[in-house]
Ligand binder design. Sequence first.
Ligand code: AGP
Length: 616
Amino acid sequence: MCGIIGYVGSQDVAPILIDGLKRLEYRGYDSAGIVIIDKEAQLFRAVGKVSNLEKRIGSHPLVGSLGMAHTRWATHGKPSEPNAHPHADCHGRLFIIHNGIIENFQTLKQDLLDEGHTFRSETDSEVIAHLIEKYYDGNLAEAVRRALARVDGTFGLAVIHKDHLDQAIVARRSSPLILGIGDGEHFFASDVAALVKHTKRVVYLDENEMAVLTPHHFTIGSLDKPDLVHSSSRTVHVDWDITAAEKQGYSHFMLKEIFEQPEAVRNAFRGRLLPAKGTAKLGGLDSVIDRLQAAHRIIIISCGTSYHAGLLGRYVLEELTDLSVEVDLASEFRYRKLNFRYGTVVLGISQSGETADTLAAVREAQTRGALALGLVNVVGSSIARETSAGVYNHAGPEISVASTKSFISQVTILTLISLMLGRLQKLSLRDGKAIITALEKLPSQIETILSNADEILRIAKKFADYKNFLYLGRKYSYPVALEGALKLKEISYLHAEGYAAGEMKHGPIALIDRQLPSICIVPRDSSYPKMVSNIQETKARDGRVIAIATQGDDKLRSILRVEDGTDEIFYIPETLEILSPILSVVPLQLLAYYVADLNGCDIDKPRNLAKSVTVE
Ligand code: AGP
């Protein structure tokens, strides 16, 4: 959740670290810190955003070519300057930056206090600095290894020491750590986004590995063994463009990413459609296609927005195949006593590929004998590497904490998987071709919706002062309702509830009055008549409605009071029922964006949140 960037080489390191921090700020932003070691260690930390750290540094000249920096998302200890990373040992000789949680830190801390170490923070992380100090006898790598052997929990760790001006040590367990390979210089980061400006050659550290970086060399090895070896064959090329991780004139990353959605859908199906055969080909699943064909049960596990994509995946998989499909929140999955028989497939969906709950659930499923697959955006991420096979989104970096283009991409790819499996079963060539034709129209249909963004802005202005919102949908539009509500609450801090429209009469209808607008997702599909009844029930109780409806739906207009301004309709183009979420979610993303913006919220960095949730 926190961000790490570091460097060892010959350049002036300060601008590299500050720029890297800005690119990582979306991972956590309750405090930030930097340390550069030259003749002396120069340590600065500040509560709040990176801009506060810059103010704290002020005109102080930062000198040196070895350093590292951190953005924090607090787990242990409130956001404060002493709790911000980097943390030092007792004598300020070595510094550590840590992402993750040290579960046995209380015991370790007590032992270290008894031995005379002085702690300056409330964090769990600081124990690592003191443990390394305890074991240090001139060999920093060995001290790090011995310290980490005492630690229970998770870490993405970076360590530098005053006695080793040409060395940085990094290690990982369940928290990402990536090496950036340069010429006469090396970088390390928690996230590719911080590296691509400097190098596209990276090495992803594996679980329980550590690495020693010097300007001209890097070695990697297991945390369990003392031997570290140079391994250039581990270097992979990252194809992310630096401009993809910049705002390019948009006021926020979220808005930019909403407008990138036509391309995200195109990238999701590019090269994967076989129109003549009415099917899809997903190269990442080739190696497991026999097991997939033999599967009788798929369990989709994910969190947040990716969970909503999973809910949609269930509808479409059930529609196009004979599979029995379950969807579970990754954080709940592990508590179920599931009986896995041969033929169970678990699909983990995650934009970041690092979400701790999803990663843990995927691992759990694998140990219980399931075939684990991943649907992941970040290439080389933990879920991508730990699953047996999978599909990449190719949606490009998603920087905004609020997921948008990754959702649309996930739903598109779930449709491709369903189409491919359906065609291997009973789905007809004709139906397969119709789905492909409709898929290919989606990018331009999303562009049509985006060209009407001003209309959503107008609606947002009318409703931005309301404090509570209800999002209603049925069948394919139910997960869209959940997603629309999540978008609004996470970036505007307004109360928004997504509900299955059919459940309204079982309780929530009691809430309806003029102060509770209902956003009703009502495309013309198989659940349309029942959804219209729900809207009428809302209107009968004086509720205000914002409807997302199919172009040309005049019947709905006649039910709503649009002319006097009480209600609103926003039209989306017609598509197949299974694809309607890919269109209907777009106005909801825009509505959330504009309402949050009108309320002056920090859209790309909503309070208390982080982009990648690497704690359980
Ligand atoms: C949604 O806008 C949030 N960013 C959040 O719910 C997110 O979808 C969730 O944390 C899962 O992340 P992942 O897709 O990277 O696993």
